[in-house]
Design a protein around this ligand. Structure first.
Ligand SMILES: [Fe+2]
Length: 491
């Protein structure tokens, strides 16, 4: 076939395909996007897309179709439709495209890839979207996502998938895929997934990231990551597109920065999420960040803080977070945070409502070290239990509570579990619920105007193992709590 004839053939093919509703355009020249993921945007009207590709991509493009806006059609052939529309210079009403930026990254096998980031704006609630990513010429496979109701929503919280921690990436990946699928099957209208960090064991390992991003659901449900101690690499930062890092005047790094990124915030409906990078141990930096995030969102009904290193847990890392507990506790207390979500200890724990307090005492325990010698380890006690002042209105439900409840998630993949350490005077006084189940779990968090409920689920049986609700009446005001609380530390 000569060139001219081939051109005619292609044209005929295009006309035929475009005239068949719902036909998928096959092309040898496919755009290969991988490790494709969506992060929450600044608020629920934005979404941040991230992907890697080896296909040359000068201007990364995201093409999104609102299915509700397509008359009687589906968006299955919209990539070519979009290109046709572009040529004609008019865009379909239901379709939008967004341009972003890329950076060249040299990955493990020394090949250069394009790490692409694009922000979608004007995202509507309760809407079905279809999308492709590409370079303006060729496009990826077609993906879908549904948006939810921001006023009455749920998100999934996971701890430490840490793909590769068991030294068997395949089984860690299988466990992670199973957890994501179970959580999103059980809660199919989930708005996003929040992770306490340690996405992978080695944050320079391409194969571990491939495992981590292998759940297909991660191309349709936004994923908000905290930076764990295993996530501190530049490669990590290329993989995620987070919103609202805060770079102070005169600095080039955002507050809370270490390799991998800084603190960031986003809102969803009436909730302010502040995700801290506690690899940076400067409480001053996190304090400044939280002050600014709250200043930008003063009326948010709920304040949720997320960071990797749990300061209230009772397994292997119970004592090595003494400094972080001492420095971060007053900051969390100062800003009247409702819920703190963490990981790192690979153990499930929920505290009582904690409020106020100074380091006045220690709880110590003796164990046998690796060298066979007995060793004494102490946990600094800080944070007073507000239990006496709590008004319970049913099992696990508190009304207008003082202080903050802290949750630690266990492993979401099963790659590693840490042994429970009972410490008299700590575990029994601070932790209201705790267990080493030695099976993958996840938390589901339901949020509406009056209630925030956190429940923990086993992946294997689907059983709910714990649930806790905070109910706030409309007249509840923040900051009324510095009075009349019980005093744990002084007992
Ligand atoms: Fe960790």
């Amino acid at each position: 076939m000569n060139k001219k004839l081939m051109g005619v053939g292609l044209l005929l093919f295009a006309v035929l395909v475009l005239s068949i509703p719902g036909a998928v355009v096959a092309s040898d020249d496919e755009y290969e996007a991988y490790n494709l993921t969506i992060q929450p945007g600044s608020n629920e009207t934005e979404l941040n897309f991230t992907w890697f590709t080896a296909t040359p991509t000068d201007i990364p493009q995201l093409v999104v179709c609102n299915e509700g806006g397509l008359k009687g059609g589906k968006c299955t052939n919209f990539a070519s439709y979009y290109k046709g529309a572009l040529r004609k210079g008019n865009h379909s009403k239901c379709m939008n495209y967004y341009e972003g930026e890329y950076e060249i990254v040299v990955v493990e096998d020394d090949t250069e890839i394009y790490a692409c980031k694009v922000t979608m704006t004007n995202v509507k609630n309760n809407t079905k979207y279809t999308y492709v990513v590409g370079n303006g010429e060729i496009f990826s496979d077609i993906h879908k996502f549904d948006t939810q109701n921001k006023n009455n929503y749920n998100f999934i919280f996971v701890g430490d998938p840490q793909i590769g921690a068991s030294r068997d990436e395949e089984s860690d990946t299988a466990g992670w895929v199973e957890t994501v699928t179970a959580a999103l099957t059980n809660f199919e209208n989930t708005s996003f997934i929040l992770s306490a960090g340690d996405q992978v064991e080695s944050s320079t390992s391409d194969s571990q990231y491939d495992g981590f991003f292998s759940p297909e659901e991660l191309t349709s449900v936004p994923f908000a990551p905290a930076i764990g101690n295993h996530d501190t690499s530049e490669l990590y930062a290329y993989h995620f597109n987070v919103s609202n890092e805060i770079v102070p005047d005169g600095s080039t790094d955002p507050l809370g920065y270490t390799n991998g990124g800084g603190d960031y915030w986003f809102t969803y409906g009436d909730t302010l999420f502040m995700v801290l990078n506690t690899n940076n141990s400067s409480a001053l930096s996190h304090d400044e960040f939280m002050a600014q995030a709250i200043e930008a969102n003063p009326t948010a009904k709920w304040r949720v803080v997320v960071f990797h290193h749990s300061i209230y847990s009772s397994a292997r890392h119970v004592d090595d977070v003494n400094d972080l507990r001492t420095s971060m506790y007053p900051v969390i207390d100062q800003y009247d945070i409702d819920v703190v979500l963490s990981g790192h200890d690979h153990f499930y724990a929920r505290t009582y409502q904690l409020s106020g307090g100074d380091v006045l005492d220690k709880a110590c325990y003796t164990s046998t070290g690796r060298d066979g010698q007995e060793q004494t380890t102490c946990v600094d006690l800080i944070g007073e239990v507000a239990e006496e002042d709590l008004q319970y209105i049913g099992e696990g439900k508190v009304l207008n509570p003082e202080g903050t409840v802290y949750f630690t998630a266990n492993s979401a993949s099963g790659s590693k579990y840490y042994d429970f350490t009972y410490i008299e005077g700590y575990t029994n006084l601070y932790l209201a619920a705790y267990e080493q189940l030695e099976t993958p779990t996840y938390l589901n968090v339901e949020v509406n105007r009056s209630t925030l409920t956190v429940s923990a689920y086993r992946v294997d049986t689907g059983e709910r193992v714990d649930t806790y609700s905070i109910i706030k009446t409309d007249d509840f005001n923040r900051g009324h709590h510095h009075q009349g609380r019980s005093s744990l530390a002084k007992q």
